[in-house]
Design a binder for this molecule. Sequence first.
Ligand SMILES: [Zn+2]
Length: 207
Amino acid sequence: MKHTSIILFITLLILSCSSTKQLSSSLFSSEARSLILNADSLKPMRVYKITNKSDSLLLRTKSTFVKPNPKDVVLQRFVKRLYATVRDSMSLGVGIAAPQVGILKNIIWVQRLDKEDLPFEVYLNPKILKYSKNTQTVREGCLSIPNRSDTLSSRSQEILIEYDTMEGNHKSETIEGFTSVIFQHEIDHLNGILYLDHLQKELKANN
Ligand SMILES: [Zn+2]
């Protein structure tokens, strides 16, 4: 009896400690929140790789909707750290999706190679509404798939997308050329799809 009350007391103590320490956010689970907040906004996060079994399982999981909220400090920190990760010299890329750092939320960064000064831009809840029938042949690599790149010829030349901005505006846009491949690649990640899946389909279709 005495024993249980001590355990109960300790549990309550732990609960009250952690609730005062947490930065408030309704958007992320407590595991995701502690992963995001374990370093400052300039620190890259660990990139999940298909060569690791548990990483691979997460990369195959669908991400969920994220409600845009510029006041959410955890969301702000996460978006900055995801950017730091794609810009990190160890994992330099032209795009990244949240599941690649273990966060199953619909958030991507894309380098706009179709705009002047090639800016990186963040998109929340991006979705492809239309794929053009005509395709393009491009070489793709992925931060989560080490030591290889492959040529795909099934990516659409042009796509129509919709997304939310960090400020909560809903927009749609037509994207063409290689930048549209970056969008197709990153949005695939949000659905647990990797470019290797498209490669496999192409190989099957050609046999
Ligand atoms: Zn990728």
